[in-house]
Design a protein around this ligand. Structure first.
Ligand code: NDP
Ligand code: MG
Length: 394
């Protein structure tokens, strides 16, 4: 089993959970059999990263925000760790020889170069960081094939589908159904959420996650990104993908096969299980995830998503269909808009409006190189700032 791990974004929600998962699995293994943390990365939270270095003794630690490197170096003085800096440093730890599995858990497009680097070295890429797959899914999946690198999803829905797909063959799949809790605004009216506050938006009813994905869960941009993520990870045309609201988040997603059999993966809503499965696959091991009990199954409800409240979902299908530079624009406009919303500079409802504006005004290309995708990403981020400057928002 592959057991030498690099965690990109170890100071985040997924990153810290992954370290707890590794502790949990290691508890029942001998020193020889244990998972080893070979490399870690943080962006700005160097205090936590330094604590992690002291505790896990990795060979390498990368600080991707260069402003924090010297502070970090002081914090780890005397430790036997090689410190790397910037996005180059992040990429470096994804490709070092001693690592066989890279858990991609940074947020946003920033993880793209490192994910590609890991794949090109034939490593297992356990992917939580969905944005690179959204932007460059075609390139990432074809490089993974070429380099015989495994792409294992960590996103709970995609982990569920990955597990369910083991029940049949690719050409036997009728459809895959991504479930969603519905987020904090399930059942709301569109006019009532336009001015929602940051505090309301961050109050997710089920999941505790980083700020960006929590905002994405409120707009349902997260589900839109997941449609595109699924399209690439499982090589499924968008017509075979559906979204279903399931507020309890016990069924993490399901696959329907041509014979009518539906295979669902269940568990309590906790990222430790999909993270662990991506690290131990194809083996299953006892770990820290709490077990599902009968009481969790007493009420499982399902409803159709309301596209008037969450236009992002339809946009997600549209972009998955279009391909090319559309997804890079879609993702980048969202990243920039979410940042502006969290900084208090735009309204909640403006996020999806800005994404729509960028999609309608971009210079769309059907086939795109990595450079063109990155140009599309940069264009959309700039366009969002232009719209703000020109006061084009409601
Ligand atoms: P967090 O915001 O909690 O953590 C983000 C991590 O990335 C931190 O380690 C942060 O460092 C680092 N980081 C931030 N900006 C950059 C940058 N520009 N370059 C490199 N590193 C950076 O996010 P989450 O853990 O919630 O999410 C991580 C990814 O996983 C996202 O893509 C998200 O969509 C996905 N995901 C998350 C789930 C969850 O439950 N949290 C579920 C499914 C998917 P620092 O804190 O030191 O600044
Ligand atoms: Mg998810």
């Amino acid at each position: 089993m592959r057991k030498r791990i690099a965690i990109l974004g170890s100071t985040g929600s997924i990153g810290t959970t992954a370290l707890r998962v590794i502790d949990g699995v290691n508890a029942s293994l001998t020193e020889e059999e244990q998972f080893k943390v070979v490399a870690l990365s943080g962006h700005s939270n160097v205090k936590l990263l330094a604590e992690q270095v002291r505790r896990y003794q990795p060979r390498y630690a990368a600080v991707s925000d260069t402003d924090y490197v010297s502070r970090f170096q002081r914090l780890v003085e005397g430790q036997n760790v090689q410190v790397l800096a910037g996005t180059e440093g992040l990429k470096k730890i994804a490709e070092v020889e001693e690592v066989d599995t890279v858990l991609a858990a940074v947020v946003g497009a920033a993880g793209l170069a490192a994910v590609l680097a890991a794949i090109r070295k034939g490593k297992r890429a356990a992917i939580a960081n969905k944005e690179p797959l959204v932007i460059a899914g075609k390139l990432i999946t074809s490089e993974a094939k070429k380099c015989e690198a495994q792409l294992i999803p960590v996103d709970s829905e995609h982990s569920a589908i990955f597990q369910a797909l083991q029940s049949g063959r690719h050409n036997e799949v009728e459809k895959i159904v991504l479930t969603t809790s519905g987020g904090p605004f399930r059942g709301a009216r569109p006019e009532n959420i336009h001015d929602a506050t940051v505090e309301q938006v961050l109050a997710h009813p089920v999941w505790r996650m980083g700020r960006k994905i929590t905002v994405d869960s409120a707009t349902m941009m997260n589900k839109a990104l997941e449609i595109i993520e699924a399209r690439w990870l499982f090589n499924m045309t968008p017509e075979k993908i559906e979204v279903l609201v399931h507020p309890q988040s016990i069924i993490h997603s399901l696959v329907e096969f041509v014979d009518g059999s539906v295979i669902a993966q269940m568990g309590i809503p906790d990222m430790s299980l999909p993270i662990q499965y991506a690290l131990t696959y194809p083996v299953r091991m006892a770990g820290i995830a709490k077990k599902l009990k009968a009481e969790h199954l007493r009420t499982l409800t399902f409803e159709q998503p309301d596209f008037r409240v969450f236009p992002a979902i339809e946009m997600g299908f549209e972009v998955a269909q279009k391909g090319g530079t559309a997804a890079a624009v879609f993702n980048a406009a969202n990243e920039a808009a979410v940042e502006q919303f969290l900084a208090g500079r735009i309204k909640f409802g403006n996020i999806v409006e800005l994404v729509r504006h960028c999609l309608e005004n971009c210079n769309y290309r059907d086939r795109a190189t990595l450079e063109e995708l990155l140009e599309a990403d940069a264009w959309a981020k700039k366009e969002v700032m232009e719209c703000l400057k020109n006061h084009q928002l409601r």
